[in-house]
Design a binder for this molecule. Structure first.
Ligand code: ADP
Ligand code: MG
Length: 596
């Protein structure tokens, strides 16, 4: 394995690298750094998000800057304010043992302050194209002597319509500079830039480390257009400790979805270009510290944001450009974690899924929006586990005798029942009569599934799950063997962490239920009950194809996340206060309490 020492970096940078804890260079760094250090050349480097592109251009840039001169020698253009700041901060870290000034210039903050900083002598300027153009026009910055120009996230800058700004900015730079273009994807606009503004560029392409790799699972949910928001809520409710970025297409949708979520009691916030810099910083801070669980964002605003541990990316609407989908899903499954990218679509958008699949070379799973009762069950067990895993607080000791008195006449069983009811009731009351949101494939199936859902197929709950070593295949095999059933008789197996669901045809119901009375595995009772959830696709709906197709989709995708979620949620949620009750029109739901 190559080491940083072998790339030709000077000692001061190697020390800084060590301080940052980077051990080995990433692929794009390994490929780009030696080239950029050893020759003056233009370069086009393609690598997915999260592969360490900042350091791939940042290290060589710092090394090449002449610290004794105050002239601006390096310009980095990047699409958003957040990224600008992120890059500038990284560069300052890299250059901590050098005497190099890095200044970030971006919209939404005082232009005179930024001009002052530049004037003090900024060898490196990191800028958004819009603000850069402004400052050039007002002669607040001089880039006529730069030697290096980096176009970071070039695809995104062009997506955002910065083509003209970029060409105009470049026209103020010397012809003999080197241009380094970094991008996750190579749409034709980027190729055009490379062709028109770069001279014989070297090309580097790096196999993905993150996006498009196996760390992200892709799922889609077909609903009718007017049910998008309800579907979003259900996806959130079915994943109690979700930590997600929700993508909308426009600022307006972003704002309104976030507002609705907040009204409905979720810890959500909007991130888009109409917010002030201050507001955006606050939102990002709350997201990083997990006070916000659902960040509703436009593509532009969320671009490049480097937050690990995002469990779900939710595409509230599909983007217009397929490339954008790659960026979105790259927000999860980072840093060795796994993640899920969910897409809410309408029937007419189905073909887009196909084109995305071709592009990313990955298959989507079609999944069903959980039914209300499935969500209630998930929440119930989530709660039970949470109570079970809560460390008791010694502070309550003093009050215990009095509290014991109150519950003197209550049995343990009754007590537990009431305890979980406190929380469960909210979900139950909200969801008890809610309809199925899933969009049937065609109307004949819709009819047959509606008519037949409760009679033909039965959904069960079983108290074993992934933590007992089951995945959907193992559980299905176990059920088939235990019940002596055929290979297509058990279907829609959905394994959660400590419990699971499955279906059989209703004519097998008495067999199934009878078999699991007093049934033990390894001395532990395995309990099967008819799931309260009988309606809808999550419940009884049996596809005409005998469930065969669907079963391939039943793989539990949440195991990893729920483990993470549980860990994260335990301490923080102990102090929850319940919150506001809502009663506006439409579907509504009293706020589920998130830590504030
Ligand atoms: P990209 O621009 O390709 O999306 P970034 O430059 O933002 O990726 O890097 C993503 C994360 O990886 C950052 O947190 C960065 O500090 C970290 N990183 C970069 N290079 C390395 C390395 N060689 N070893 C460990 N972490 C690294
Ligand atoms: Mg980057």
């Amino acid at each position: 394995m190559t080491k940083f020492e072998e790339l030709g970096l000077q000692d001061s940078l190697l020390r800084a690298i060590q301080d940052m804890g980077f051990e080995t260079p990433s692929e794009v760094q390994e490929k780009a750094i030696p080239i950029l250090l050893s020759e003056e050349t233009d370069i086009v480097a393609l690598a997915q998000t999260g592969t360490g592109k900042t350091a791939a251009f940042g290290f060589p840039l710092i090394q090449k800057i002449n610290a004794d001169s105050r002239t601006t020698q390096g310009l980095i253009l990047s699409p958003t304010r957040e990224l600008c700041l992120q890059i500038a901060n990284e560069l300052k870290n890299y250059a901590k043992y050098e005497n190099i000034n890095v200044v970030a210039i971006y919209g939404g903050a005082s232009i005179t302050d930024q001009a002052k900083q530049v004037k003090k002598g900024a060898q490196i300027v990191v800028a958004t194209p819009g603000r850069m153009q402004d400052m050039i026009n007002r002669q607040m910055v001089d880039i006529s002597k730069i030697e290096y120009c980096v176009l970071d996230e070039a695809d995104e800058m062009l997506n955002m319509g910065f083509y003209e700004d970029i060409t105009s900015i470049l026209s103020h730079t010397p012809n003999d500079k080197s241009t380094w273009l970094f991008s996750a994807t190579m749409p034709k606009e980027v190729a055009t830039i490379a062709k028109e503004f770069m001279y014989n560029p070297k090309e580097i392409t790096v196999g993905s480390r993150n996006s498009g790799s196996d760390s992200v699972q892709h799922e889609y949910y077909a609903v009718s257009g007017r049910d998008r928001y309800l579907a979003l809520k259900r996806l959130a409710d079915a994943n109690p400790d979700i930590f997600s970025v929700v993508f909308c297409r426009t600022k307006r949708d972003t704002q309104s979805v976030a507002e609705k979520l907040i009204e409905d009691g979720y810890n959500a916030a909007a991130l888009h270009g109409d917010l002030s810099q201050n507001q955006r910083d606050l939102v990002m801070k709350s997201f990083r510290t997990r006070q916000i669980q659902m960040l509703v964002a436009t593509d532009v605003a969320a671009r490049g944001i480097d937050v690990d541990d995002v469990t779900h990316v939710i595409n509230y609407q599909l983007p217009d450009e397929i490339e954008t989908y790659t960026h979105r899903s790259g927000r999860t499954g980072r840093a060795g974690k796994t993640g899920v990218s969910m897409v809410i679509i309408t029937k007419s958008e189905m073909r887009k899924i196909k084109s995305i699949e071709r592009k990313i070379q990955k298959k989507f799973e079609q999944k069903s929006i959980p039914t209300g009762m499935e969500i209630c069950e998930i929440q119930l067990f989530h709660l039970a586990n949470k109570i079970h895993n809560t460390e008791s607080n010694n502070q309550v000791e003093d009050y215990l005798p009095k509290i014991m008195e109150i519950f003197e006449d209550t049995s343990k069983e009754e007590l537990i029942k009431r305890m979980v009811s406190v929380e469960f009731n909210r979900f139950y009351n909200y969801y008890k009569n809610k309809r199925d949101l899933n969009q049937p494939k065609d109307s004949s199936e819709e009819q047959s599934s509606r008519r037949g859902s409760n009679e033909h197929s039965t959904r069960y709950f079983i108290n074993v799950g992934s933590k007992d070593g089951y995945d959907w295949m193992r559980l299905k095999d176990f059920l088939k063997e235990t019940l002596s059933l055929g290979r297509d008789d058990v279907y829609k197996v959905d394994v959660k962490e400590s419990f699971s669901f499955f279906n059989t045809d209703t004519d097998k119901k008495s067999l199934v239920l009878a078999h699991f009375t007093d049934f033990k595995v390894d001395g532990r009772f395995v309990n099967v009950e008819e799931s309260t959830n009988t309606g809808g696709s999550g419940g009884g709906k049996r596809r005409k194809d005998g469930g065969r197709k669907r079963r391939t989709k039943d793989r539990d995708t949440n195991n990893d996340n729920s483990r993470r979620r549980n860990r994260r949620s335990e301490p923080a949620e102990a102090s929850n206060g319940r919150k506001k009750r809502r009663s506006e029109g439409g579907e509504r739901f009293r706020g589920r309490s998130r830590r504030k």
